[in-house]
Design a protein around this ligand. Sequence first.
Ligand code: BG6
Length: 466
Amino acid sequence: HSTIRTLLILGASGDLTGRLLLPGVARLIAAGRAKGLTLIGAGGSQNPQESWQQRVDRVFGAAAEGCNASGRAALAKVAKTTAYHQLDVTAEGELAALLASLTGPVAIYFALPPAVSQRACELLTAADLPAGTRLVMEKPFGSSAASAHQLNATLAALVPESHIHRVDHFLGKSTVFNILGLRFANRLLEPLWNSDHIQQVEIIFDEDLTLENRAGYYDRAGALRDMIQSHLLQIMALVAMEPPATLGEQDVRDGIATVLRASTAAPAKSRRARYTAGKIGRRKVPDYLAEAGVEAKNNTETLAEVEVSIANWRWAGVPFILRSGKSLGRSRKEAVITYKSVPHLPTGFRGTDSPTKLHIGFGPDTLQLDLDVNGPGDLFTLNRVRLEAELAGDSLLPYGEVLDGVLNGDPLLSVRGDTAELCWQIVEPTLDAWHAGKVPMEEYPAGSSGPADWPTSNDHSATRIR
Ligand code: BG6
């Protein structure tokens, strides 16, 4: 893998850059994983040099607090040499001219809306990109299977697939390796990891965050596109994939794509809902439709659930339930594997007799295994116990991990082009059915656990087994 020394961020004055990208870059630099980096910002804001410099100084300054002398020195060096270019990426020749003025191959990070990225890349087709240029595309990658396909075709005309990094920051979470390690480094699990033994799999991402001033993007996306189309389908694929021979990008990404090719989500089994006014802790939350920038005509859902079927030998008949929502009372982020009941519980046992459950929590990463054992007290009575482990957190932050792959030339933690299109194909029938009004929009008060009969707590999930 060759190393890239120049990172150009387009959309440098945007929220994503300040909140997520720069902190990720800072961690990488501080960890010594971005030696000799030149960081360049580009965007269209007024008074750019000053505000970009302030932005970098603020984020790097915060990162420097927690690091050693060499980390601080490395951060100071990059902050001192960073530059900002004011340009319109959709104006012919502007981006190409900037690229031509830079030395060596560049990683170009498109922290821009999909339509703007599409246009900017089309304009680059005429330019001669230096060999080794890498293109980093922020999510959402396109806004439909067709637009993702078009964007893929445009990118393919510019650089080889191995130089295209489609960012899904969930792949930068240590969760990915935790799932792969858990599944494939422990003899105990894999032989039972199939439809003979597993009843259902849930991938849940319930947030207590609200709209957080993101109406401009979110009100046109909604929970299904924002979370399920991208992140949760990736996590599902890691849970469901066949054991890869290696952790090389080809083996792992082939495994992910094979699962997604076999996956469909039946619109009739989907659910959607939107939050109404309520309270999360002490915080008062307005009705979603009353949030600034939201338009009722977009009919956007803030909570979505789909049931994915994976048509292969391992998973036939096992529902994969993917759910994500905002403004819920409790944050819950985990995959839950529910095993089937034992074929025969020796007569005479009393007590719970609940299915074995494995919870894989993400961010913070945790593991929990719920088992029935004979606990204290009556010998014949079964008790539920939970074995728990806390796993190490992300030292580089998800964006740092993803950028590490970009700068060091490893696409393992990036979404491959075919996969990006597959994820749209899986959710599109549901989006169409929703658009046609075939699935009712339910409601839930902000701060609640969702619509009344929508199970969200760990213990209720047992009741959903169908
Ligand atoms: C983003 C979504 O991709 O992921 C957000 O756009 C969501 O709506 C976020 O809140 C969740 O990821 P994390 O890492 O911030 O928990």
